[in-house]
Design a protein around this ligand. Structure first.
Ligand code: ADP
Ligand code: ASP
Ligand code: MG
Length: 403
């Protein structure tokens, strides 16, 4: 007998038929004698729809009420899943966050699961029940409903696997597993059988939405192996686990991209010590995350151009902050939000020289201009014009032997 968390994503629960199908997967696992905690997302599209509704009342919709609203999508699927299991002859019950309780810290819409009471659910599991828990939410110290960030049901599943000490955490989704790039955009993408936490964390942080980055981070911190697999096929999925157990034959494991960045250039900034600090300090104070930074060599010894990238959502706030910063002087400011970030990720890069060159040459061959670059031990990212995204991803996928 094993204790398992089974998490179902939005597409897997996108209709009543699909919920019944997912309930049958749960039944199958339960019938093998396993204890099961099911974590559910909202039906696909639901959370976006709720956000739109809040925006149609106000762009600054009250954050507390937004969390009450957004959490409702998962409440619906919890009850439908539990009801479907009961219909299949299985003892089951949905548990809202406040009934468990699942405790969170942090601000509304961006909280983090800190702890939960395992007692009631453990008793229920040992009495042969299947517990169904809504993902993406919890309650704060003062009893308010809080959500934990988009895609957060993955993080709920990993937190429950950790706190209940389950034997496995299975993420059921609409693709066969983690692929070398998004299989819905590049059909040549290949399924990855095994991937390290580190690579998965890079891929998901750089845009591969198949797993939420903070879920991968928690799994990595507590060494919780994850399986990503399809709700709709029986094929073996992807195992995400520690690096030591993986044999790297490929230099690059995957290619990811995101379209949520923006690029800013300050032209003719004074070139003297302390200027960069003066530019970036107020951005940090305003919770604006700076990603890549490029500073040109000064040609006249007095001024230089400084380019950096931020999240596109922060563009307006960044422009206001820069323009109102009395400590800095610059001739001009330009910005571009029609950019995307493409990245190649692979633990095999650590020991292979020339990967950077190969990537840049490939982009040049496609006539794609690189606007900014950043690297780490296991990834190389480049900012390019948004219109070139898929062309670049395809090319990199091919030249790194991933097709
Ligand atoms: P769920 O609703 O199950 O949480 P998501 O939509 O959040 O599912 O994530 C699954 C989607 O992630 C896939 O449909 C696919 O389009 C996308 N995706 C992006 N990059 C990858 C990748 N490298 N491997 C697999 N899927 C990816
Ligand atoms: N329903 C939430 C979202 O769409 C959480 C999730 O699906 O993981 O972001
Ligand atoms: Mg998801």
């Amino acid at each position: 007998m094993a204790k398992k968390v089974l998490k179902f994503g939005g597409t897997s629960l996108g209709s009543i038929d699909r919920i019944i199908h997912a309930a049958n997967i749960v039944k199958n696992e339960y019938s093998k004698g396993n204890q099961i905690i099911v974590v559910v997302s909202a039906m696909s599209g639901k959370t976006n729809e709720l956000i739109s509704q809040s925006i149609s009342i106000s762009k600054k919709f009250n954050k507390r009420e937004l969390d009450v609203l957004l959490s409702s999508g998962e409440q619906v699927t919890s009850a439908l899943m539990s009801g479907a299991l009961i219909e299949l002859g299985i003892k089951s019950k949905s548990w809202m966050s406040w009934q468990i309780p699942i405790l969170t810290t942090g601000e509304y819409t961006n909280s983090r699961i800190e702890n939960l009471n395992v007692e009631k659910i453990n008793t229920y599991l040992s009495e042969g029940g299947v517990a169904v828990v809504p993902g993406f939410q919890g309650i704060s110290k003062n009893g308010d409903t809080t959500t934990i960030g988009r895609g957060g049901s993955d993080a709920s599943a990993v937190a429950l696997a950790k706190l209940f000490g389950t034997d496995s955490c299975e993420i059921y989704t609409d693709v066969d597993g983690v692929h070398s790039t998004d299989p819905n955009k590049i059909p040549l993408a290949k399924k990855i059988e095994k991937i390290s936490y580190e690579e998965m964390l890079e891929l998901s942080s750089l845009g591969a939405k198949v797993m939420q980055p903070s879920a991968v981070q928690t799994a990595m911190m507590y060494d919780i192996p994850l399986q990503v697999r399809s709700t709709f096929t029986d094929r073996k999925g992807t195992e995400i686990f520690t690096q030591e157990s993986i044999d790297y034959t490929k230099i690059v494991t995957g290619v990811a991209y995101s379209k949520d960045d923006a690029k800013i250039t300050l032209i003719a900034v004074e070139d003297k010590p302390g200027v960069a600090a003066d530019i970036f300090e107020p951005l940090g104070l305003n919770q604006i995350n700076v990603d890549m930074v490029i500073q040109n060599i000064s040609s006249d010894g007095k001024t230089t151009d400084l380019t950096f990238t931020i999240k596109r959502d922060d563009l307006e706030k960044t422009l206001i902050t820069l323009k109102s910063n009395k400590k800095i002087k610059f001739k001009n400011l330009s910005h571009n939000d029609k950019v995307s970030k493409i990245s190649v990720v692979g633990a095999g890069m650590v020991s292979t020289p020339g990967v950077t060159f190969k990537m840049f040459r490939a982009l040049a061959d496609e006539n794609i201009n690189i606007l900014a670059i950043s690297t780490s031990e296991i990834k190389i990212s480049a900012i390019i014009e948004e219109k070139n995204t898929l062309k670049a991803v395809k090319k990199l996928h091919t030249i790194f032997d991933l097709d």
